[in-house]
Write a protein that binds this ligand. Structure first.
Ligand code: HEM
Length: 394
């Protein structure tokens, strides 16, 4: 999908790359065949109609950092920060050190690095920017199952950096955070990981920590663009992002039988296929019955989230697994979950109604609890000489 989605595609490292199929560098004369749909080791273009990191394939490591604007940061200062960040992003995504980089050797090509910038609600409270608040952009109203902790909520700005390896992510984040210092302070950091390939290196959907294949029914083709891309004023070609930190109780999940786990989702654990289908890509047959009841339970997550149950509302989900050590009553406790990230053109029309219906009836609620919530407008992409956010701030 070169061009349209703003990434350059398979630059790759070519040839007998790394350790594929268990064979190490130089051990065999025969070239190791390149697996189809490679997603690791890419070089994505920073330029395009959309920012990289929305439609580019998922990579393995991600860090999301939310910032609070400092009181002195007005719209024109924000424009200065966006120019600086754009320069950083263009360099880092091309494998070059950013200006003033103290660790230039850490800038690497072919690590599938992307860095996405978002604006939180606070940006539209800056003088002059109120009228530019995009339609449908709002915080998520309180849900019954939420147990939100302020340390994971909100933010005026977001950077979401992904790459194939944690060193590259950490280096890019450090540069971006450091350049933001005169304008904004770090509010929260969320680190996540994903496994977007199979053993041969070919792209697959990936699994969350419940073991479910997660992302199968994401919109594709024309529906994808309609779902994700805004057509609203300065945001045209951009999108809106919801970030929910959702804790998953793996202890009680492990106690449930496999049948119950699959029934709660309406899909098989082995391959992600619907309980009514043969393979991952099949649509759900919500009407199918067996022994007098629907095969896909009325409270199954995939049923309740299905567009047919939600007036054709969709979103592009791009989740990340996390593990986190936290302290409860003075003792360390390991927690796990999903950094649920969803892009859509309009949060009020898309995410919120689907989330409400899940809040009421989703079987998964037994094991999942939202502990953080944040929303960001994702400005359209930029071209060489331009900068991120220029349609709002220029
Ligand atoms: C589908 C997991 C939270 C919206 C799915 C699927 C899985 C899954 C495994 C089926 C495969 C797929 O299509 O990706 C989870 C887990 C969650 C979670 C583990 C919490 C930890 C949410 C939330 C929303 C949501 C908060 C939105 C409010 C959807 C949608 C689908 C889906 C729209 C696709 C339905 C379809 O088109 O068939 N989820 N999900 N999920 N989920 Fe979730």
């Amino acid at each position: 999908r070169r061009g349209l989605f703003g990434y350059a595609g398979a630059a790759g490292v070519g040839g007998a790359a790394g350790i594929v199929g268990g064979r190490a560098w130089g051990l065999s004369d025969a070239p190791t065949p390149e697996p189809p749909n490679r997603v690791l080791g890419q070089d994505y273009s920073p330029y395009g109609a959309q920012q990289a990191g929305i439609f580019t394939p998922q990579s393995q490591v991600a860090e999301l950092v939310a910032f609070d604007l400092l009181p002195a940061t007005d719209a024109s200062a924000l424009g200065r920060l966006m120019r600086v960040w754009t320069g950083d992003i263009a360099a880092l995504m091309s494998g070059r050190p950013a200006a003033g980089d103290f660790a230039p050797e850490l800038a690497q090509a072919n690590v599938s690095l992307t860095a996405l910038v978002g604006f939180g609600p606070g940006v539209f409270e800056l003088e002059g920017l109120g009228p530019s608040l995009p339609a449908g952009f709002q915080e998520i109203p309180a849900m019954t199952h939420d147990r939100l902790e302020d340390r994971w909520n909100g933010g005026d700005l977001l950077i979401w950096v992904t790459a194939d390896d944690a060193t590259s992510v950490s280096h890019a984040v450090r540069r971006l955070v450091s350049d933001a210092r005169p304008f904004a302070s770090r509010r929260w950091t969320q680190r996540g990981f994903w496994r977007p390939t199979d053993a041969s290196g070919a792209a697959v959907t990936g699994r969350n920590l419940f073991g479910q294949v997660d992302g199968s029914a994401n919109p594709k083709g024309d529906v994808l663009e309609e779902t994700v891309l805004s057509t609203d004023g300065w945001l045209a070609g951009g999108t809106q992002l919801v970030v929910r930190r959702i804790e998953m109780n793996l202890d009680t999940w492990d106690e449930a039988t496999r049948d119950r786990q699959e029934a709660s989702m309406g899909r098989r654990l082995s391959d992600g296929a619907p309980l009514t289908g043969e393979s991952e890509g099949d649509d759900l047959d919500l009407a199918a019955t067996a022994d007098g009841s629907t095969v896909i339970a009325l409270d199954a997550h995939a049923r309740l989230a299905h567009p047919s149950q939600n007036r054709e509302r969709r979103m592009l989900r791009r989740g990340l697994n996390y593990t986190h050590e936290t302290v409860v009553d003075g003792a360390p406790v390991d927690t796990s979950g999903l950094i649920f990230c969803a892009f859509q053109a309009n949060i009020a029309d898309q995410f919120i109604p689907v989330q409400r219906s899940l809040d009421q009836a989703d079987a998964l609620n037994e094991w999942t609890t939202a502990i953080g919530s944040a929303v960001f407008v994702i400005p359209p992409g930029f071209s060489e000489g331009g900068y991120v956010g220029e349609t709002l701030l220029g």
